[in-house]
Write a protein of this length. Structure first.
Length: 323
């Protein structure tokens, strides 16, 4: 049974039955709806701000996994960089030094990979900067690995030809060991015997009697066996490969011809005094990659330590050269 409500009438001073009009019911319904809508909206805002939707939870989980995987990838890249740097150091300071291979310039080893346009397609994303930097690191490592691979291919080839390399490098004296005390002039600035002024002497002079045999100091091919009336006079040049050449000057005669293959220790000519020379001697040079270097460092194959020490002292003396 519905409750009957009464309302006091001040004019009549009596209680009268209260009846709800349609307007009252509408206002009440609107009030309830407004309260419900406002409460729902408030709850929705709070939930949107402080609580994740299922989709957002999945996205946040994926983002955390991405960050974790990126950190792992970054650590792997750093470890790989350390390994490659170590391999580069060994390649530069050990492998290529042992086999006397031409060094690879640092600028080439550390060169970039591609240009700005290469990474254009990676722009425009939220993490574009991160993606581009990581891609650049990977590309740089790829370039370094490629250069290392090519270097190791060269070293492998040299290692396979090790016996040939060792036989080709100049390693003995070009005249008999009996003439060891007769080193007339060494490598460096010496007094020119004709002009009497200091001049760069690019070889080693061995004073020896005319006709003393001259020997090839390493395996190779005779690329020159020619006669000139000044300068080096009768001259022989041997190409040993691997960037090495040797020159034998002021000879009295030849025992070889151009294009002939020779072995270390083969007799190629005889000491003389042809060309610009003041006395019988052999002028001997070692040329490495186009540069004339001190021959005294290439007699290690047939000298004892004591003899080699003596040779160094004789070569350092600032005698007047014989040519």
């Amino acid at each position: 049974m519905a409750k009957i409500k009464y309302k006091f009438n001040p004019e009549k001073l009596v209680f009268e039955k209260f009846r709800h009009t349609t307007k009252d019911w509408l206002l009440r319904i609107l009030g309830v709806l407004s309260t419900f809508i406002f409460s729902f909206f408030l709850i929705y805002l709070l939930a949107f701000k402080f609580l994740d939707s299922p989709k957002e939870k999945v996205l946040r989980s994926e983002l955390k996994n991405f960050e974790l995987n990126y950190k792992l990838l970054e650590n792997k890249i750093e470890n790989l960089e350390d390994v490659i740097d170590e391999l580069e150091s060994r390649d530069k300071n050990i492998y290529r030094t042992i086999f006397e291979a031409e060094p690879i310039p640092t600028s080439v080893r550390n060169a970039g990979y591609g240009g700005i346009e290469k990474y254009k397609e990676l722009e425009g994303y939220n993490n574009s900067e991160l993606i581009i930097e990581t891609t650049k690191k990977v590309d740089k490592l790829s370039k370094k690995l490629y250069i290392l691979s090519k270097s190791f291919d060269e070293i492998t080839k040299l290692a396979n030809n090790r016996d040939e390399l060792i036989a080709s490098i100049p390693a003995i004296q070009p005249v008999s060991n009996k003439g060891l005390s007769m080193v007339a002039s060494g490598f460096g600035y010496r007094i020119d015997p004709i002009y009497r002024v200091p001049r760069m002497h690019t070889g080693l002079d061995f004073a020896a009697p005319r006709g003393t045999p001259v020997f090839a100091t390493g395996d190779g091919i005779i690329i020159e066996a020619k006669t000139t009336y000044g300068g080096y006079g009768n001259e022989i040049v041997i190409s040993h490969g691997y960037g090495y050449q040797t020159l034998y000057a002021h000879l009295s005669g030849f025992n070889v011809r151009s294009g002939q293959k020779v072995k270390r220790g083969d007799k190629i000519g005889y000491v003389g005094s042809t060309g610009k020379s003041t006395a019988p001697h052999l002028h001997y040079e070692v040329i490495k990659n186009g540069y004339k270097v001190n021959p005294v460092f290439f007699f290690y194959n047939d000298l004892s330590p004591a003899e080699y020490e003596k040779m160094l002292k004789l070569a350092e003396q600032a005698h007047q050269s014989l040519d």
